[in-house]
Design a protein around this ligand. Structure first.
Ligand code: M7G
Length: 312
């Protein structure tokens, strides 16, 4: 499936999400002569401090278009040379319905998942429907992204791979984002963790911090190290982001700091088997239907008359 996809062959069908704050846009479309749907995610890059000099923005090739000049105030659009003006681009092809739903802007709700609801509703749903983990296995088995790996612990029980996340270019320190993927298979998420996993979790934390300090000169005290619940991919992995960077998905309703997780398990070995874990669901997700059918959540009525009634 390693065919080359060209942007010039992309036929836009729908803009799923256009976030002016994050300067990202997600577009659904088709590639010429291909029948499957594709997704393209474009993101304007953060400024690199290395580019703020006479070889970067302030070089001869930079063009300025003047909007206006008024007294001491000048307003322009700047066109730097193309190498520093790149747009981070992610292509997902072929994209499934689940990918499209993931990137669609839509109503979100919080569900309180008790251990009983996890067993009864979430788990059977996961067994039926989840994202394919092939990309994870490709990394662990040495088939993809091998040149990006920055640390590889090959122990069967405590081993993991540390590498730049898909969302990071691997260079710009300002937006540092790495992922630790554990080697052990079958640990689906935070929910599965217990005292048996403490050595693994501590190893990921300590070795991860050490490698990131060595390679990127970011100390452990400036790293946000966390799990997502629910994750998109049910093979245990841990996110490492730069504290200064407001990375996507660091919201309280989705993130659990690794240090807190370790501490909770140390106090109570089966903490995550007993805890009620909140998580967010979007109305387009199939799991929303599962929780809705069982009476745990209600869809927002978009009908204007209904909204007026609720307000009164
Ligand atoms: P998650 O918490 O399961 O889901 O994290 P999220 O996407 O809702 O955060 C999975 C993480 O893996 C995300 O941060 C993704 O950006 C990252 N990721 C996903 N894929 C398909 C890849 C990939 O192919 N390579 C790498 N390096 N990272 C990926």
């Amino acid at each position: 499936n390693e065919t080359t996809l060209l942007l010039k062959d992309f036929i836009v069908e729908k803009v799923l999400n256009n976030n002016s704050n994050r300067k990202t846009v997600c577009i659904q479309g088709k590639f010429k002569d291909k029948s499957d749907l594709g997704l393209i995610i474009l993101e304007k890059n953060a400024f690199k401090e290395n580019d703020l000099n006479s070889e970067g923005y302030f070089c001869q090739d930079t063009k300025l278009r003047t909007f206006f000049q008024n007294d001491i105030y000048g307003n322009y659009e700047c066109y730097p040379r193309s190498q520093i003006n790149g747009v981070k681009t992610t292509i997902i092809y072929p994209a499934t319905e689940k990918h499209i739903s993931k990137y669609n802007q839509q109503e979100v709700h919080i569900v309180l998942e008790t251990p009983e609801l996890y067993e009864k509703l979430t788990l059977p749903h996961l067994a039926k429907e989840q994202f394919n983990l092939q990309w994870v296995y490709n990394i662990l088995e040495g088939k993809s992204e091998q040149d990006r790996i920055i640390h590889n612990n090959t122990s069967e029980t405590e081993g993991f791979v540390l590498l730049p996340d898909l969302k990071w270019d691997g260079i710009t320190k300002e937006t540092l984002y790495l992922l630790a993927i554990v080697r052990q298979r079958g640990i689906k998420s935070l929910r599965d963790l217990d005292e048996g996993h403490l050595p693994l979790l501590k190893r990921v934390r300590d070795e991860g911090k050490k490698k990131i300090l060595e390679k990127y000169k970011v100390p452990g005290s400036q790293l946000r190290i966390y799990f997502h619940y629910q994750p998109s991919f049910y093979h245990l992995h841990i996110h490492f982001t730069y504290l200064r960077h407001e990375a996507p998905g660091i919201y309280v309703e989705k993130s659990h700091l690794l240090d807190t997780v370790i501490d909770n398990i140390e106090m109570m070995g089966n903490y995550y088997k007993m805890a009620t874990l909140p998580f967010t669901v979007r109305e387009m997700d199939n799991i929303f239907n599962v929780y809705e059918t069982n009476g745990h959540i209600k869809r927002i009525e978009t009908n204007v008359e209904n909204i007026e009634l609720i307000d009164k």
